[in-house]
Design a protein around this ligand. Sequence first.
Ligand code: ADP
Ligand code: ZN
Length: 538
Amino acid sequence: MSKALTTLKKIFGYPAFRGQQAEVIDHVVAGDDCLVLMPTGGGKSLCYQIPALLRPGVAIVVSPLIALMQNQVNGLKQIGVRAAALNSSLSFEEATLVEQNLLTQQYDLLYVAPERLLMPRFLRVLAKIPIALFAIDEAHCVSQWGHDFRPEYSQLFVLHQRFPHVPRIALTATADLDTRQEIIEKLQLTNAKVFIDSFDRPNIRYQVIDKANGREQLLGFIHAQHAGEAGIVYCASRKKVEEITEWLVNQGMQAVAYHAGMEMQQRQLNQEKFLREDGVIMVATIAFGMGIDKPNVRFVAHLDLPKSIEGYYQETGRAGRDGRMANAWMAYGLNDVIQHWRMIEQSQTQFKFKQVSIKKLEAMLLLCESTTCRRIQMLRYLGENTETEPCGNCDICLQPPQVWDATIEVQKALSCVYRTGQMFGAGHLIDVLRGNLTARVKEWQHDRLSTFAIGQDLSEKAWRSVFRQLIAFGLVTTDGEGRGTLLLTEASRAALKGQRTVYLREHTALLFQRAASHSAVSLSNSDKFTHQAINCVN
Ligand code: ADP
Ligand code: ZN
């Protein structure tokens, strides 16, 4: 039996390695660098903890969160591993003691905050003792465009320069190709072997629904599938977190809130309650979650659209870590998309950052508007070459959405964007299409346009769904000034000219509406419209 396996059994009490743990451990024990991409809950910690015990010297683990370090250190101490943490929560005396113990080689593992590790004085201390390895946990924190960016992380290449013979292992659960590339570059891991474990979490069922009254839908979902069970509800803003928490409590649920604007003490109390008690619902912004290891979270719900697939994947990954059936549920609507866009466009950041953010948002939208297995889409985005069959455990697989030939409706919508001068958002465009004589319609005399009232056969909700999909498919885009104004794109020209058939998802409301109104719309109207649509771009 290998030394690694013996250690796994004797110290950690597990019978066998999971996934690629054994390969990773052998690689690090042999003194080589690597990058490990494993989903949350995949067992990344053992990948450096076992080499830490098998190689001479102390393993230095860089970790971005104090709470995370503390949990790991406590766990290790309990099983008799000599571990400690060095971070800003320690008093001067405590920190000095840890440094002394380090110098006298009392530790197998030392968890260090990046800013502390990079202090010249600390680097000099490290130069005096044998080091087993450097582990860089949550390595995606180097990514400037990511959601957990930590500037100090991008300085960690120093380790390689100062200690070229010490193996480095970088670990993360965020694995899209761009982030992966950025980690390799910033940490100078060009020659490191990359280990990728499957990111599939087969026990999580993904589901995305059309947002109507989000909170009622959430309540219905919890009542129907998760009564009395623990879950996390993610909201986009602090205000919404508070509102939803209060509302859930009023509905008789055990709900607590968590966001960065709360008092530290209250936040910690709520987190403790969620971790220790049964059946508590945590309502939170994305500030909540990194390093949370609660195995029996039965659902993760999103009441707002996440910014990116990586974010969504990480957040939903907190469900079902015990391997039992869990749900990832999301309600999203057109307003979410417009709001995200606005936030990105109005943010005071570099152009490049906005571009990356928009690209990520678009991928997220495509996932939401998907008509094929969501799991396959997500895994592809995360860089897995999946030739797998549809999963059978997402809403699309379980209830395949019908698609309909929406070429004419798409032409109507695009034509309306064009006729109104590419100056308006979806709300006004829908008013024009549906023939609503609003003040604005009158003010702009849009009731005189050829596109006025040509879309009465679809409900407002159905039109919203059409516009959402147009955005997702790049058939319209925004003006970049944050007003939600929709513009035509290269792709829209082809659609307008009828050179391209466009299939959209059929939503329930849409089906209903179409069935009810089909007799009322004469075919000649549509024919007439097609000509107009084509004329307007010629
Ligand atoms: P990650 O850091 O990848 O999110 P952890 O390292 O915290 O995951 O591991 C998740 C859980 O799985 C922990 O409770 C850990 O003890 C357990 N675990 C890891 N490897 C194994 C294994 N080989 N056998 C059994 N349990 C394991
Ligand atoms: Zn599926």
